[in-house]
Design a protein around this ligand. Structure first.
Ligand SMILES: [Fe+2]
Ligand SMILES: [Fe+2]
Length: 390
């Protein structure tokens, strides 16, 4: 599995777009501006990569500090939200590691940081202006620097040169900017390690779990439980990491389910149940945009399928469900039963085990995997309910 940094950015975009469309657009536009400035200043390839990734992720740390993914939060994030790019780099381990691996000299970090800060401020300024950039770009840019005189001269000059570039403005306002970014990205051939990918997926799992506030540690717990079962079944460390990643991603389709339905106490209506059931199909749809994740997509998306064909969305049967999909399904049920919810305590272990064994008897869950859980119930239960990964 070879995952590029650009694939990771696409994955992040796929998850935050439905929840925070303004923020997703802000990240796209500011990374585009930052990239053009860096290129215009003829920075080195590594510097350009660093500018691009820093600008693409500069607000994610903030997103995690919000306890709820209420759509209103977006406006707060966009107003006065700037956080020093380097601080965020420290907060997101992955970004830090990639930045280090791109080995940018320390003095360059200030320039990179300034470009990200400029792009961020300039993008917010553009939002506050008349949308018709193309008819008066030079005036727009001049006015910006009159209002914001503190930017370093080389950035001011680069932006003034870009003001004359029609393609810059056409691309910036294009509704297909995400495709443009994928095409021009300097990060299509920079690859992440499985550990980096796991860190990114943890961030995404936390965003999804916050959206579903009744199960605020669910995806992170499923990831840990599934990886633990895999280790007890002697899967290789690499396989365990991939299973953990699939666990983090299994419920990302929930970002399309209204939080009133996700967080409803008590019985769901027929309509709400139907809505809720959509989420695993949405997981499949969202992940299918990232071709390089092909190997783990079915593991994440099949978690509500059952061996006897009674699951959803496809009603797959035993012969179509590989061992890893089965592990995630068992991990999902075990976690859902034993995790605490605001309106009820998690089920005690003997009762949860009874339910798992009944489902295995009925031919829904894999007996062998359920037995692994039974034999190691305490170690596995230790994986439920914490946010911080091992
Ligand atoms: Fe699910
Ligand atoms: Fe789940």
């Amino acid at each position: 599995m070879k995952i590029s940094v650009q694939d990771c950015l696409n994955l992040i975009n796929v998850v935050i777009e439905p929840l925070f469309s303004d923020l997703a657009l802000h990240l796209r536009q500011s990374s585009f501006i930052a990239f053009y400035i860096a290129r215009n200043l003829q920075l080195s390839d590594n510097q350009i990569k660093n500018v691009f990734i820093s600008a693409s992720m500069h607000d994610l740390g903030l997103l995690l500090k919000n306890t709820r993914s209420d759509r209103l939060v977006t406006a707060d994030i966009l107003n006065g939200h700037y956080v020093n790019g380097l601080e965020v780099q420290h907060e997101i381990m992955m970004l830090n590691r990639i930045s280090n691996s791109l080995s940018v000299p320390e003095n360059d970090c200030t320039l990179i940081n300034d470009i990200v800060y400029f792009s961020d401020t300039f993008e917010l300024y553009l939002k506050s202006q008349d949308k018709d950039y193309i008819s008066y770009p030079e005036i727009l840019v001049n006015d910006f620097f009159i209002q914001h005189p503190a930017f370093r001269q080389e950035i001011v000059e680069a932006m003034k040169r870009l003001a004359l570039d029609d393609v810059f403005w056409l691309r910036l306002e294009s509704t297909n900017l995400h495709k443009v970014l994928q095409r021009i990205s300097p990060l299509r051939e920079s690859y992440v390690t499985l550990d980096d990918l796991k860190d990114i997926c943890l961030i995404l799992a936390r965003i999804v779990d916050i959206h579903s506030s009744f199960t605020v540690t669910h995806s992170t717990s499923v990831s840990r439980v599934a990886a633990k079962i895999a280790s007890l079944m002697s899967c290789s460390p690499e396989q365990q990491k991939k299973i953990g990643i699939a666990g983090y991603l299994h419920d990302i389709g929930k970002v399309y389910i209204p939080s009133e339905v996700l967080n409803k106490e008590g019985q769901l209506t027929r309509k709400e149940r139907a809505l809720m059931k959509k989420h695993s199909y949405k997981t499949l749809e969202m992940l299918s945009h990232i071709k390089s994740l092909q190997e783990i997509i079915p593991w994440a998306a099949n978690h509500h399928e059952r061996l006897d064909g009674s699951g959803y969305p496809f009603g797959l049967r035993a012969e179509e469900l590989d061992e890893t999909s089965r592990i995630i399904a068992v991990a999902d049920v075990f976690t859902a039963l034993t995790e605490d919810r605001p309106y009820r305590k998690g089920m005690d272990l003997p009762r949860a085990m009874d339910i798992l064994e009944t489902e295995a008897e009925q031919g829904k869950l894999d007996k062998l995997i359920v037995n692994v859980v039974k034999r190691n119930i305490n170690i596995i239960f230790d994986c439920v309910g914490r946010i911080i990964p091992e």
